[in-house]
Ligand binder design. Structure first.
Ligand SMILES: Cc1ncc(COP(=O)(O)O)c(C=O)c1O
Length: 549
């Protein structure tokens, strides 16, 4: 199925999804992206850089500029004004101001949205409103300047006045934050901070009082403690997991002309980390049960240029490290574990991070061990690798203002290290709680017709992501959203089909298991603080979707 367009429409973009209809006198510039099943009304103008998700309706006379991102299921009424220029009369160099319109939002006719704002998921901007600040999820905003005047219930009805109230259409209790009483977020970092309070504030006070912010005692202590936790010689604190992948590979001598094999079903950063060294990422498919690198596929992907394998402990489940280690040893390959999703996971009673020549961890806030911003680390049993990563993260400095190699600024901040030290003490308990929640899902889900994740018997999964498979994934996701249950998809477009990886030369069909996951994977709410009652509500909600699965 292709898209349809009126004979008067001028469509220069080739990124238009199937089933989309483009009406009279529309102009879509090359570089604009429009998803599947959209409707673009008469006289719309869609600029290069505009991104429009699936099932979006845009009525007549709307210009969607570069920097405007519209997520799936949004409705934009006639003659809505969006812009990307915060200071149109300024002589200063122009800078792009982005606008994000989240999933399911509705914007009424003739409304104006100032640049740089986010319109929250399932919110409603009333006709003629002038939006001057971010709109929270499920909020009803009215007027000039637009103010929150009510709540949009999960059923789509608007409820004026302050919450809690009962929706007259569906009888649900509605609340301001999520539009439905007791909404269940995908992750709940607020609950996590509450669990750490007041200790976390004391830790932040300690760092501020010490007045050291970069590579000080907190980083040194965290590196010691995290290395001990992973059972390795040392750790080097960095600014992100992506840096950890790149610097570990560089420290192992991987660079231009080399190839690093990783799995096609992973976050793009695994491939990016390989690319940043100048090497080429080579992809292989995943095992259909554990969704981690298939050792046989790895073997097939090896060429004379292959220098490293980067197995990903995906979703928190360790890869098949014995088989992968054997392939790597037979071909003389370095092993860099991508442990960014698997802090504390175990393979045959050995903790991840201790298998390879090095391992990369991310401490992105929502990870099992997360900082209050971007952060990461390399861990390794090899002192030579640790020393090289330490140099690369800090301008290649050997002593103050003496630079042995070209390095970078990729350092871990003291504030993050201090928070990570506090959280490291809770990591095992939090992982236990994730496993308890997973066990509740595991027990209940087969009865409602979806495929739950399977932890291989020789592995201790830490459920960074609780990934189910379901044929009508998008339908189930939309159904859960109407009940205030947030979900995720890991990952809707696999690495080999990303435009950013077009130069790698892969095609649809190259990695069948990965492609099934891209179409069917749905990540359910999962965090240590999720209650048994919340898990039951998610399961019941899936059950209610039932026959259509
Ligand atoms: C598998 C995987 N690899 C690498 C990364 C990159 O980590 P960061 O976001 O800290 O750069 C992530 C983060 O989401 C990840 O999930």
């Amino acid at each position: 199925m292709a898209f349809e367009r009126h004979p008067t429409a001028l469509v220069e973009s080739d990124a238009i999804g199937d089933g989309t209809r483009i009406w009279a006198f529309v102009h879509v510039l090359a570089g604009a992206v429009i998803g599947r099943g959209c409707n673009v009304g008469d006289h719309c103008y869609i600029e290069a850089g505009a991104v429009i998700g699936d099932d979006v309706t845009i009525k007549n006379g709307v210009s969607i500029w570069d920097g405007v991102t519209i997520e799936r299921g949004v409705f934009i009424g006639p003659n809505v004004t969006l812009t990307n220029d915060r200071r149109p009369r300024s002589r200063a160099p122009w800078t792009l101001s982005r606008t994000l319109i989240r999933e399911g939002a509705t914007i009424g006719a003739n409304a104006t949205v100032l640049p740089g704002l986010t319109i929250g998921a399932f919110s409603m901007v009333a006709a003629g409103a002038v939006v001057t600040r971010d709109v929270p999820p499920h909020a009803l905003v009215i007027g000039n300047p637009a103010r929150v005047e009510g709540v949009v219930c999960a059923c789509g009805a608007t409820v004026r006045g302050s919450s809690p109230q009962t929706c007259r259409d569906c009888g649900r209790d509605v609340e301001a934050r999520h539009g439905v009483a007791g909404a269940i977020p995908f992750v709940d970092l607020g609950a996590n901070v509450a669990d750490l309070s007041p200790d976390v504030f004391e830790v932040l006070r300690r760092v501020v009082a010490a007045g050291r912010y970069i590579l000080g005692p907190e980083v040194a202590a965290f590196e010691r403690e995290f290395a001990a936790y992973c059972g390795v010689d040392g750790a080097v604190g960095l600014d992100s997991g992506t840096s950890a992948l790149e610097l570990a590979l560089r420290a192992l001598g991987i660079g231009p002309g080399d190839e690093g094999v990783t799995q096609a079903n992973t976050f793009i950063a695994t491939a990016s980390g390989i690319r940043y060294t100048g090497a080429t990422p080579v992809l292989a498919d995943v095992d259909p049960v554990t969704y981690t690198l298939d050792p046989a596929a790895l073997e097939r992907a090896i060429t004379p240029r292959t220098k490293a394998v980067i197995p990903v402990h995906l979703y928190g489940q360790p890869a098949s490290m014995t088989a992968i280690g054997a392939v790597a040893a037979a071909h003389g390959l370095a092993v860099v574990e991508d442990a960014c999703q698997a802090h504390g996971a175990r393979y045959r009673d050995r903790i991840v991070g201790s298998f390879g020549d090095a391992a990369a961890f991310s401490f992105y806030p929502s990870k099992n061990l997360g900082a209050f911003g971007d952060a990461g680390a390399v861990v390794s049993r090899r002192p030579d690798v640790l020393e090289r990563v330490r140099g690369l993260r800090d301008y290649g400095q050997t002593a103050k203002y003496e630079h042995a190699v070209v390095g970078y600024n990729r350092r871990l901040d003291e504030l993050h290290a201090a928070v990570l030290r506090l959280k490291l003490g809770r990591l095992d308990a939090w992982n236990d709680r994730r496993r308890e929640a997973a066990a509740l899902y595991d027990a209940a889900l087969p009865g409602v017709g979806v495929v739950p994740p399977r932890a291989a018997p020789d592995r201790t999964h830490v459920y960074h992501v609780y990934a189910i498979r379901v044929r009508d994934r998008d339908g189930l996701r939309a159904h859960l959203a109407t009940l205030g249950i947030q979900t995720g998809i890991h990952y809707p477009v696999p690495v080999h089909l990303q435009p950013a990886c077009a130069d790698l030369g892969y095609r649809r069909g190259d990695f069948p298991v990965t492609e099934v996951l891209a179409a069917e994977e749905l990540s359910l709410p999962m965090y240590p603080e999720i209650s048994a009652e919340q898990v039951k509500r998610v399961v019941d909600a899936i059950g209610a979707f039932g026959g259509r699965l």
